[in-house]
Design a protein around this ligand. Structure first.
Ligand code: UDP
Length: 342
C-alpha cells in the first residue's frame, strides 16, 4: 500500500525539493504550510516535474486544533518536519516569534503523532547547532557551543526534545538532519529558493546582483583566518539534501534505525570561501557579480565544514553534486524567475 507522508513546510525551499523526491519514490505526500515564506505556485512546479499535485493544507502547525483535524483526516505513516522560521538576524530581533514558531510547532506535532499513532519523524536541524567549533571538520560528536542566536537555540532545543521523547516513548523514532549551507535549484528550474524581499543569504544575493536586480553584493569581512580572508562554508545542493531525507525516511519506515533518535551531518565535506563562490559563479555562468568588501556581519562564524562519514556509512548517502552544479542551477533558476511576477 502507498505510504502517506506529511511534509510540513512542503512549499518551502528544501520541502519542495524533498516532496519531488518522495513522489518519485512512490510515496503519497500531504503538505502543510502556512505560506508565510513560500508561494502556492510551488505546487504547480512540483506537479510539472512529477505529474502529481500533492494534497495541500494551509495552516500554521502552532494551531493545534487544525493539526489534530488534519492528522485525523489523513492516515499518515511518517512526518518530515521542515516548517520553521529560519532567518538568524530576525530571530535576534524577534526571539519570541522563533521560540514559539519553531518549538510549539514541534511539540504539537509530537503530541499529534502520539495521539494518532504516527511513529516516525525526520527533523530539519542545522549546522548552527555547533556554533564556531574548535575543530574542523565537524563530526556529529563535536560538542555544541552556546547558540549564537535564538534560531540556533531552537534547533538545539528541538534536538533535545526529540532525544528525550525517543527515550520516554520508544514507539516514537526520529532522525535529525543537520544541514550545512543548502543552495541550488531543481535542474528543471521549476522550483528553487524564493527569497521574499532583500535576500539574507549569499547565493540569492549573488544571483540577484548578477541579474541586475541589486547593484552590488557586500562581502561581510575579508580579515578572517581563511586562505583568502573571507568566511568558509560547506555548500550542499538542495537536491542532494532532498535525497538524504528520502533515505532517512526509508530507514525509519523499515525500522533500520539503531537508536530511537539519530542525527547526521549533511554537507559535501568541502569548505569554500565567499570569494571562491563568487568566482566560480562568474566562471561557470559567464556573468559578472559586482561586489565590495564591508565589515563582518554580526553573528557570523569564520569557517565550518562537515565530516560526512556517518551519513555516508550509516545512511549510505553521499552528496553527488559539486559547487559548479549548484551555481549553474541557481543561475538557471534566477533567469526563470525573472520572467515571473513573484
Ligand atoms: N555573505 C556575504 N554577503 C551576503 C550574504 C552572505 O558575504 O550578502 C557571507 C556570510 O557572511 C557567510 C556566507 O556568505 O560567510 C554564507 O552566508 P549565508 O547567509 O548564505 O549562510 P549562513 O552560513 O550565514 O547560514
Amino acid at each position: 500500500m502507498t505510504q502517506k507522508i506529511l511534509v510540513t513546510g512542503g512549499t518551502g525551499f528544501i520541502g519542495s525539493h524533498t516532496t519531488v523526491e518522495l513522489i518519485k519514490d512512490g510515496y503519497e505526500v500531504v503538505i502543510v504550510d502556512d505560506l508565510s515564506n513560500s508561494k502556492i505556485e510551488v505546487l504547480d512546479g512540483i506537479q510539472e516535474i512529477t505529474g502529481v499535485k500533492p494534497q495541500f493544507y494551509q495552516f500554521n502547525i502552532c494551531d493545534e486544533r487544525k493539526l489534530m483535524d488534519c492528522l485525523k483526516a489523513e492516515q499518515i505513516d511518517a512526518i518530515i518536519h521542515f516548517a520553521a522560521s529560519k532567518a538568524v538576524g530576525e530571530s535576534v530581533s524577534n526571539p519570541l516569534l522563533y521560540y514559539r514558531n519553531n518549538l510549539v510547532s514541534l511539540m504539537n506535532l509530537l503530541d499529534a503523532m502520539r495521539q494518532f499513532g504516527v511513529g516516525h519523524m525526520v527533523f530539519s536541524s542545522s549546522c548552527t547547532v555547533y556554533g564556531q567549533p574548535d575543530q574542523l571538520p565537524v563530526t556529529e560528536d563535536t560538542p555544541f557551543q552556546k547558540a549564537e542566536s535564538p534560531y540556533g537555540h531552537t534547533k538545539q532545543i528541538g534536538e533535545d526534545i526529540l532525544r528525550h521523547v525517543a527515550t520516554a516513548y520508544p514507539e516514537l523514532n526520529s532522525i535529525a538532519l543537520r544541514y550545512f549551507n543548502p543552495v541550488g535549484a531543481h535542474e528543471s528550474a521549476l522550483i528553487g529558493e524564493l527569497p521574499i524581499g532583500v535576500p539574507n543569504n549569499l547565493i540569492p544575493y549573488i544571483t540577484q546582483t548578477a541579474a541586475g536586480l541589486r547593484d552590488e553584493l557586500s562581502i561581510f569581512g575579508d580579515d578572517y583566518d581563511t586562505p583568502d580572508g573571507t568566511a568558509v562554508r560547506d555548500y550542499i545542493h538542495v537536491v542532494d539534501l532532498a535525497k538524504a531525507h528520502a533515505v532517512a525516511l526509508d530507514r525509519l519506515l523499515k525500522g533500520a534505525n539503531k537508536e530511537g533518535y539519530e542525527f547526521f551531518n549533511l554537507g559535501t565535506g568541502k569548505g569554500y570561501s565567499v570569494l571562491d563562490v563568487i568566482k566560480t559563479f562568474e566562471r561557470v555562468n559567464k556573468v559578472k557579480v559586482n561586489y565590495k568588501i564591508v565589515e563582518r556581519r554580526d553573528g557570523d562564524i569564520e569557517k565550518i565544514y562537515a565530516n560526512t562519514d556517518l551519513a555516508n556509512n550509516e545512511l549510505g548517502w553521499k552528496a553527488e553534486l559539486g559547487l559548479e552544479d549548484m551555481l549553474k542551477s541557481v543561475w538557471k533558476w534566477q533567469k526563470h524567475m525573472n520572467g515571473k511576477s513573484y
